[in-house]
Design a binder for this molecule. Structure first.
Ligand SMILES: [Zn+2]
Length: 81
């Protein structure tokens, strides 16, 4: 029988959060809350960085956007419809 439980990072973390909540164990709750807060910090940093690239305020934004556009066009052109 195939395991149909989603293995994406969000679902795996979500299951661990719910397990910690269900456990009512303060140490487990503190541990998972700390992990979630660290993850949130990483996600927010990545979002802010990507925003700076897209709005052109990051020093290498133009070069990164040009490279990304070149790669996007290659992908688009390789798609067979
Ligand atoms: Zn998932």
């Amino acid at each position: 029988m195939q395991d149909e439980t989603c293995q994406c990072d969000y679902c795996k973390l979500s299951r661990r959060v719910h397990d910690a909540i269900d456990s009512r164990d303060p140490d487990k709750l503190i541990e998972i809350l700390t992990e979630v807060m660290n993850h949130l910090c990483d996600v927010e940093f990545d979002r802010d960085y990507d925003h700076c690239i897209l709005d052109g305020s990051w020093p290498s934004a133009v070069e990164q956007l040009e490279e990304a556009l070149k790669n996007a066009k290659k992908k688009r052109d390789s798609i067979v419809v």
